[in-house]
Write a protein that binds this ligand. Sequence first.
Ligand code: AMP
Length: 214
Amino acid sequence: MRIVLLGAPGAGKGTVAKSLTDFDGSVQISTGDILRNAVKAGSELGMKAKGFMERGELVPDDLIMDIMEVRMKEPDCQKGFLLDGFPRTIPQAEALRKLLEKIGIKLDAVINLDVPTDVILDRLTTRRTCSNPDCQEIYNIKSKPPKADGTCIKCGSPAVQRADETEDAITKRLATYNEKTAPLIDFYEKEGLLKTISSLSSEEIVEQVKAAVK
Ligand code: AMP
């Protein structure tokens, strides 16, 4: 499948994308994961992105498009892809449209995960993420805790709170989402690609996405 997952931080894009890759071999492409790995590695991209990310702001569009132009042409994308956290602005959506035209690919759907703000806030403050860049399993200390010693069930690395999951950064990320990313709902509605899902259970969302792209 070739889909874009839209939704506020904490809406469940990453969890749903991971389950869908198990389903049909489509690759999850998370710009957030790519950027966090770059920051960890101390690469040039990481150094440019770090400050924006820690403040809960968006990384500039040109940097994101440089990453995505390369990533989407890699052979593993041919089976399908789940875009998680991209596009996040109208200019990114327009650039994606051009890029897909150039490589001759059509999106199946844009899935908008619509989750109430109180649920989002609760999820973000209780989320833990595996610190191993090759794993990045997502936990929640209430509903899906890591091991008792705080390590990842899958790979044993520490599951940690992300640097941008402080209260200040979360508030900023939600404001940024409302200002810059929420307009994409209208953009994709007009393109006839939008499907909004309001369920809170990731299993239910996965089933609805599968039905939407059949
Ligand atoms: P995420 O894991 O998707 O919540 O992304 C974490 C952070 O990475 C965001 O708060 C942004 O600073 C940055 N980021 C991720 N994807 C994008 C994007 N498509 N455009 C701009 N910044 C992004």
